[in-house]
Design a binder for this molecule. Sequence first.
Ligand SMILES: [Zn+2]
Length: 486
Amino acid sequence: MGVIPALAIFIANAGAQWTVALPYDTAQATSALGAERVGPMGTALERVKKKLEAILSGSTGNVVIDVKWEDPAGASSAADSTSYQFYFQTVAVARDKIRNQAEADSEPASEIQLYEALPASSVPFYWDTGTLRQAGYIALPSALNQHLQFQAHGGGSDARIRVRPPSATQKWQFWLVKPKQGYEVFDLVVLHEAIHTLGFHSRGEATELPTALLTWDLLRVPESAVPVSAASFPTIARELRPSVEASWITKLGTVSGAYKASRGERAGGDGFQASHWRSSTRLSPPNPIGVMDPTLVSADLYEANGNFLLSRADVEALDLIGWNVNPSAHVYSNGNPVNLLSPTPGQKIPANAQITFQWQSSPNPVNGWLLFIDEAEAPYDDMPVRAFDGLTSASYVLSAAQSLPPGEYKWEVTAQHELGNQHSADGTFTILCPADFNGDGFVNGNDYDLFVDAFDVGDPSADFDHDGFVNGNDYDLFVEHFDVGC
Ligand SMILES: [Zn+2]
């Protein structure tokens, strides 16, 4: 592409103009997931879109990331991604553009200082051996390229995420309930891959000697070099060797201004690839750095990050890669715990009655509550008996017409806040068999006697068809169900 002069005139953005699209092919998704799971999958992608737009709320661009239900390259990978890259003619052009955009975005002085200390002509780096190399170019993913206003979106997609179709060993959880054992949290895996395509990516994994570095690599130095001074920063060789520990610089002149980066191991994809934080299993004590941690399964990451999908490190990384982030985008779920009120634990509910679900949580979540109802004993299969998403009040009435078959159930509620989520514990309730009049779990002579007693005195409990009257219809209907049993 053409190169725009580095010192153009910059106009601060009047407001966020950042949009993300995560399109998928419905036929392909249907064939991979079955028709009934496509809707929940699409809703999950909508959440990821909103999350990305919230993180990069000060940025500009219309980014399109295709989501494909296709096997990723790595045999053990759940997902992978690729993005289009733009190469800039010189290091100085890219550096100045990033620096000037940061100024236009009113980024902190420490960040601008860091960009100003980047090399002007070429970037020294080590890749696979101790041979000192020089990169004369900077590569930017298509999405970041737009934010830096090198080039507007030209149509088509900027990147692609491939997600492994479900199988006995690869299960996806599309509902934003508490993580379920054996399932990967789809939201989190897609977010992880999407962040790779936004520039959280390293040339340390290139299979051929790189000629250009990514902005992430510009900040990647040997661990032994930390803290890094402004004077030494341009000349320190960027560390992309698989054999040398690397740190990722967020500030100059301080040891705390660095995160541990994974080494650039390439062959075989051992989960330690350079495009990630250092794996938590290599830290003592193990403590995940963020969504870009390479080893933890997604449910563990989600819980470790406080039911939120990102850490402060992830957000800082996106910021320093060149985006304009919402600095509070990593904050712990911004709500209080969700307490279930009714039905009360184990409550027995007559068949065909309406059920009022009630819970208490504050503040009201901007993305609503999810009410999720499933059979008590059934293993999780991502197919709830009933689910209601985006509820705007802390209660839901399941009408008699929507009644559940007799059996034991569990239910849970998720409050979906702007930045994170809060999950309730599991509640339980039982829907009685229609003729189980005393609610003891059996249909026998006791039920018959009690019903007749109630019927004889016209007690409302004998209004079996719930029409407001106790009459022969109730008696006939009761006997019908009594004969069927439970
Ligand atoms: Zn990754």
